[in-house]
Each structure stands twice: as structure tokens, then as C-alpha cells.
Ligand binder design. Structure first.
Ligand SMILES: [Zn+2]
Length: 463
């Protein structure tokens, strides 16, 4: 993430140099959109009406990435008047509502969604209750997902996340369980009816492998090394199950880079025991008066052998891309934007947002040479962080605040006050941004709902 860490004093020189946006992590230069004229890729492939058929879909999901999270990262990395080269590169933009429904009353809204219910919404076109993975509220019926529909049509599929691969967002595409916690074979207490020994489809990890998703990249070794407790692979780990089903299993960036793009072979890449390490670290949010303004720093504790999100995105595109025949559906999640918002960790949150931006740039670079690709960037729900005014003894947040120095050289105070100090901060019920480019991207414009995105995918792919 050094890409977005230049000291403010270096920024002027970079702007004058009009450096091109280079896509490799650690090399990319954050530049305003105005400065991208003459760069090697054209991020805006569509403005307004965007007819045609998409052969491929790349969906980028920033978990918990509301407008506030984007603005925090933009101010920090490129300044208030700057524009992020990935997130801010789109013209076709809308907002969508994100609410879930109540488990005990599925016709009634639950105003604040989690990633499981919102993910079920965009993955299946149907609302459900918080905690459910592509199953119906109240009745626990499986809902067909866009990944399953794409797979049935012969398309290749990929699911990438910085969280455990069994976390809610990657899970909604390739599994059906009644409770999001049922991630590995040993985690089935909350959904015994889904366990294989009880005639169910198994844990999320088992189902992702059984779905034969062509490319699975993220964290979560701790789920996949659990032993199957039912079915054909009883007593074997989910990794062994995957290998028996033809997956190449890799655990480092170097091994991932060495996987070959054809003749095609499925890839399971798990790069950490749990969620993948954070890109940036910095001062903690605390009650008033808070901290002296500071810049974030590279997280020295990050596992050096793990790929960055942009690396995983580029490799997934390399593995999934074909010259003819059906295309692919790829989901890429920046998961820890949400997790660090929960933790009131502003630098963690910023680093994950910027890593997500670099992944989007990789997707746009692919689209530049494959214009029959629909790229969508959105979030699943809003979150707690807010940029607030200067705090005083008489007027200040009752919650936690943290001050970072932005690329403008100015202090930015970020407030976390949707829960008590030291407790997990809360999601919020706001609508969130959705942007897109490529065929049918005008469908995201206006005010839509997260379930409409499922129909946009189907329309674009002709499924
Ligand atoms: Zn969350």
C-alpha cells in the first residue's frame, strides 16, 4: 500500500509529473481523474445508455463501503479535490437501498442489513433476513444464485475476498445455509439441518468446493482444514476434498503466480488462517480529545508471502479469461473495510479501501482490452465512520475520534460513535453507491435496490 502513502509534500511533484496509473500493487500512483488524460487505459467505457451484451462480469464489493468510507479514503490518499483512479473512474452511477427483512415477519423491513442478507439480495434477487446465506427468511428454502446460473450456462466463475472465503460475501454466491456462522464442517451447531450427515449440502467451505467455483482466493485456511463429518469425504479436510476434485491448492503469492492459465485447472488459494492481514496501521480512535494528527503506516506485521487484493484480481482474470465461448463471472470483495470500521481502526479501513481501489484498477485495465465486460462496483451496507468538525471541550462526539493527516496536509477527524468505546461499531441503514461501466451499465443509474443488481447481471449476460 505504499502507493497511497506518499507524504503530502511529494504529491505536488507527482501531479506535475502526470504519472500514469501503474497497476501493480506498491507501484500505482493515485492521481486525479483530470490527470489521467493520455494514460494507457480508458476507465470510462460507457456514459449513460450502454447497450449490448456482456460476455464477462466483474463485480467489486466493498464491504461496509458507504459514501463516507470512500470520502475518508479519498481525502487521505489524494486530497479532497482528488479522485481515486478506481472508485471515482465511473460515470454511470446510482444509489441502492440495502435493507433486509425480518426473519419472523418476512414482509417487514429490517432497516440495517448485514453482509449475508444484503449479499443474498444482490446474488439471488430476493431479500432475506440477517445472517442467512442465500436461503429464504422464515422458510429456509435455497435461492438460486447468479454464480450458479452463470455456471449452468457454461461460464467460468471466480470468488475472491480479503476475508475468510467462507465469510458472508463470498458465501452467498456458492452456498446455502441458514446461518452465516456455519463456515466449516466443525462450525455447524447453528444449522444442523445443513450438515452433510443430516442430508444437507454441508458447511459453506464444503459447498464452495462442491460448487466447483473455478477460482477461489482469499483467507480462511482454518475453515478448510477442518475435517468433513459426513458424505463422501468424511474424515478428510475440505482442502483434501478440493484436491480430490481437481483443485490446485496454493498458500503463497509466489505459488499463486505460478499457477497456469490453461489448460484450465481449478485453483483454491488460501493465504491466511483467518482474514487476510491489513495493509495499513495507525493511531487508534479514542474518546475526546483524541490523538495528535498522524499519517498511517504500512502494516509491518502483514504476512509478506500473501498476495494483495489487486494481485488476486489480476490472477483471477488471467485464469478465468477465455478467447471464445461463454465468459466468466468474477466477484472481488474488499472485506476488511467493514471489519476495520467495526474496530474503529481508521488506518486499517483506509488501507483496505485503497487496496480495493487498486483491485478495481486491475478490473478496468482488463475491461479496456475486453470491452464486452461489465464492471460493477458497489457495497452491501453503510457503516459507522463519519468525517466531523473540529472538536472542542464543549462540543465533541460522545464516541471515539481519531485524527489523520490527509494528502492535503490537513487534519481529518473521523468519528466512530454507533456503539460504546471498545465495542464493535454498528452497520448503518443508509443507501450506498453503485457504479458500473460496460454493457448494460446504465441499469445501475438512479435509485435502485440491491436485489436489482441480480437482474442487471442476468440482463447483461442474457441469462
Ligand atoms: Zn460488518
Amino acid at each position: 500500500m505504499s502507493a497511497f502513502l506518499p507524504a503530502p509534500s511529494r504529491r505536488g511533484a507527482r501531479a506535475v509529473a502526470r504519472a500514469l496509473p501503474v497497476l501493480a500493487i506498491g507501484v500505482a500512483v493515485a492521481i486525479p481523474v483530470a490527470a489521467s488524460a493520455g494514460s494507457s487505459y480508458k476507465p470510462n467505457t460507457s456514459v449513460g445508455h450502454a447497450p449490448g451484451h456482456a460476455r464477462n462480469v466483474i463485480m467489486f464489493l466493498g464491504d461496509g463501503m458507504g459514501d463516507s468510507e470512500i470520502t475518508v479514503a479519498r481525502n487521505y490518499a489524494v486530497g479532497a479535490a482528488g479522485r481515486l483512479p478506481g472508485l471515482d473512474a465511473f460515470h454511470n452511477q446510482g444509489e441502492y437501498t440495502t435493507f433486509a427483512v425480518r426473519e419472523d415477519a418476512p414482509a417487514s423491513p429490517d432497516y440495517v442489513t448485514d453482509s449475508a442478507a444484503s449479499g443474498t439480495g444482490w446474488a439471488t434477487g430476493r431479500k432475506t433476513s440477517n445472517g442467512r446465506i442465500s436461503t429464504t427468511a422464515g422458510t429456509d428454502r435455497d435461492l438460486p444464485t447468479i454464480l450458479e446460473i452463470a455456471k449452468a450456462a457454461g461460464m467460468r466463475t471466480g470468488d475472491v475476498s480479503t476475508a475468510e472465503l467462507t465469510d458472508a460475501t463470498p458465501a452467498v454466491l456458492a452456498s446455502h445455509v441458514s446461518a452465516r456462522g456455519c463456515q466449516g464442517p466443525a462450525d455447524m451447531a447453528a444449522c444442523p439441518q445443513d450438515a452433510k450427515q443430516n442430508g444437507g449440502p454441508g458447511s459453506i467451505a464444503e459447498q464452495e468446493v462442491d460448487h466447483n467455483v473455478d477460482v477461489l482466493l482469499g483467507g480462511g485456511q482454518g475453515r478448510f482444514t477442518q475435517l468433513n463429518t459426513g458424505g463422501k469425504y468424511t474424515g478428510q479436510s475440505v482442502v483434501a476434498q478440493a484436491q480430490a476434485k481437481g483443485y490446485q491448492y496454493v498458500t503463497t503469492a509466489a505459488d499463486l503466480a505460478a499457477t497456469k492459465a490453461g489448460p484450465f485447472k481449478k485453483v483454491l488459494g488460501l493465504f491466511s488462517a483467518g482474514n487476510m492481514d491489513l495493509e495499513l496501521t495507525g493511531p487508534a480512535a479514542v474518546p475526546y480529545p483524541g490523538n495528535p494528527a498522524a499519517r498511517c503506516t504500512t502494516n509491518a506485521a502483514r504476512t509478506a508471502t500473501a498476495p494483495h487484493l489487486a494481485d488476486m484480481t489480476t490472477k483471477a482474470l488471467d485464469l478465468l479469461s477465455t478467447k471464445r465461448g461463454p465468459g466468466f463471472f468474477l466477484q472481488v470483495e474488499g472485506a476488511s473495510i467493514d471489519k476495520q470500521d467495526h474496530a474503529a481502526n481508521v488506518c486499517g479501513q483506509i488501507g483496505e479501501t485503497l487496496a480495493f481501489d487498486e483491485a478495481i484498477q486491475a478490473g478496468l485495465a482488463y475491461q479496456a482490452t475486453h470491452p464486452d465486460t461489465l464492471v460493477v462496483v458497489t457495497a452491501d451496507h453503510g457503516h459507522t465512520s463519519q468525517i466531523v468538525e473540529a472538536q472542542t471541550d464543549t462540543d465533541h462526539s460522545p464516541g471515539d475520534i481519531v485524527t489523520v493527516t490527509t494528502a492535503d496536509g490537513q487534519p481529518m477527524i473521523v468519528n466512530y460513535a454507533t456503539n460504546l468505546h471498545g465495542r464493535s461499531q454498528s452497520h448503518t441503514g443508509t443507501e450506498v453507491r453503485i457504479v458500473a461501466s460496460g454493457p448494460q451499465s446504465d441499469r445501475v443509474m438512479g435509485t435502485t435496490d440491491q436485489t436489482d443488481l441480480f437482474r442487471t447481471f442476468r440482463a447483461a449476460l442474457g441469462l
